[in-house]
Ligand binder design. Structure first.
Ligand code: SF4
Length: 393
């Protein structure tokens, strides 16, 4: 048994342990365990600094989960977009391939609770129909292995899947959606990275939510992946009490970049059953993005998205940097609220050549009275700026 497998074996996972370690009432612990089972491996457990801290909130069950009556089992409608077992095909050229129901840790905010936990939730017997679907659909060029966590598979099993996918000519990219570099970095071994290298291009999407998760162990795991030529991106979920603080998020994004992990997405929390208490306001997410853009490297600024309830896919959200836009110009504010004007190009006329365009531009420069744009900065973000054209002297 490898070290990571021993750590899984030694995880907190029983009602007795919940009662003893976290002081939960036995009846509540039983109900919680039935609602969504518990797995906290000793590595992740060791990151907890005090009860209720950002690490604790992500993995220790709480009675509040049982009060969420409105949450959805499948908020992203993945099952409705599943043409064969284990495949979700939502976007035109990519597909999600669920390979296991197991994870190195069961996150209390998980969107896929219905699929995660006991091994009956995702059947490994149906992989053949999934492979056949991927083979038949030549428009799929990008396959994301997920679950559960595909790195819960043994190296041998994972290699079988990668080999079969690599035999399908139209699949260009394979992505592993795995939380292991964060929750059980011991899973990233030299044997694993040597095997992965044979099936490039392989990308990893991982899932750090808080700077305390960046440890010597997780730095080593991400470094090993990067050294094996695997681009690693991070998907953070914005959660109340965990990371709903611009300073915390900026620290995390900077730490990720230092270990060669590119911040990729920040998600608003999904409307998953039992996770309502994690939801923050959209305004908080926009404030966090305002505190990244311009204030730190562009590489540290991920896309902020809502994975639209009902299966609409990821929709980006941005703080409003456009103060005014008409056919001639756009008026923008920068990260320090300075206001700037960018002149628009004239649309191309039918049959117009580049030479015609240059001649027109020269003539208009000679004949036209040239103007200058003055922008009166608005007093608040809700007001439009006043834009005045004046003749140039
Ligand atoms: S690792 Fe991913 S799939 Fe597994 S419980 Fe956590 S969020 Fe859910």
């Amino acid at each position: 048994m490898e070290l990571w497998q021993r750590l899984i074996r030694d995880s907190v996972h029983t009602v007795d342990q919940l009662v003893d370690k976290f002081g939960l009432d036995r009846r509540v612990a039983e109900n919680l365990n039935e609602f969504f089972q518990v797995r906290i491996n000793p590595y992740y457990l060791s990151l907890i600094r005090y009860p209720g801290d950002p690490i604790w909130l992500q993995c220790v069950p709480d009675e509040i989960e049982l009060d969420d009556y409105d949450g959805e089992e499948d908020p992203l409608q993945e099952d409705a977009m599943s043409p064969v077992p284990n495949i979700t095909h939502r976007y035109p050229d990519r597909a999600l391939f669920l390979t296991t129901s197991q994870c190195g840790l069961y996150c209390r905010f998980c969107t896929r609770k219905r699929k995660v936990g006991d091994s009956g939730k995702i059947s490994m017997k149906n992989l053949e129909s999934a492979f056949q679907y991927l083979e038949k659909h030549t428009e799929i060029r990008d396959v994301i292995l997920s679950g559960g966590d595909p790195l819960m598979l043994t190296d041998v099993m994972l290699e079988k899947i990668l080999k079969r996918l690599r035999s399908i000519p139209h699949i260009e990219i394979i992505r592993l959606g795995t939380k292991m570099p964060c929750v059980l970095p011991q899973r990233i071994t030299p044997k694993l990275t040597e095997m992965i290298k044979k099936y490039h291009p392989i990308y990893v999407n991982t899932h750090f939510n808080h700077p305390w998760e960046v440890t010597p162990e997780s730095i080593q795991a991400c470094t090993m992946l990067a050294d094996a030529g695997v681009p690693v991106g991070n998907q953070m979920v914005l959660m109340r009490g965990v990371n709903d603080d611009p300073a915390v998020v900026r620290e995390l994004m900077q730490k990720l970049l230092r270990m060669r992990v590119r911040p990729y997405y920040i998600y608003m929390a999904d409307e998953t059953k039992g996770a309502k208490h994690f939801k923050t306001t959209i305004e908080k997410g926009l404030e966090i993005m305002e505190n990244l853009r311009g204030w730190t490297s562009g590489l540290a600024v991920p896309h902020f998205v809502i994975d639209a309830p009902g299966g609409g896919g990821k929709i980006p959200l941005l703080p409003n940097y456009v103060l005014h836009h008409d056919k001639d110009k756009i008026v923008l504010r920068n990260f320090k609220n300075g206001v700037f004007v960018y002149e628009n190009a004239k649309p191309k006329e039918e049959g117009e050549t580049m030479k015609d365009r240059l001649n027109k531009s020269r003539q208009s420069k000679k004949s036209n009275v040239r103007t200058r744009t003055i922008v009166i900065t608005p007093q608040s973000q809700n007001e439009e700026p006043e834009v005045i054209e004046v003749e140039k002297q």
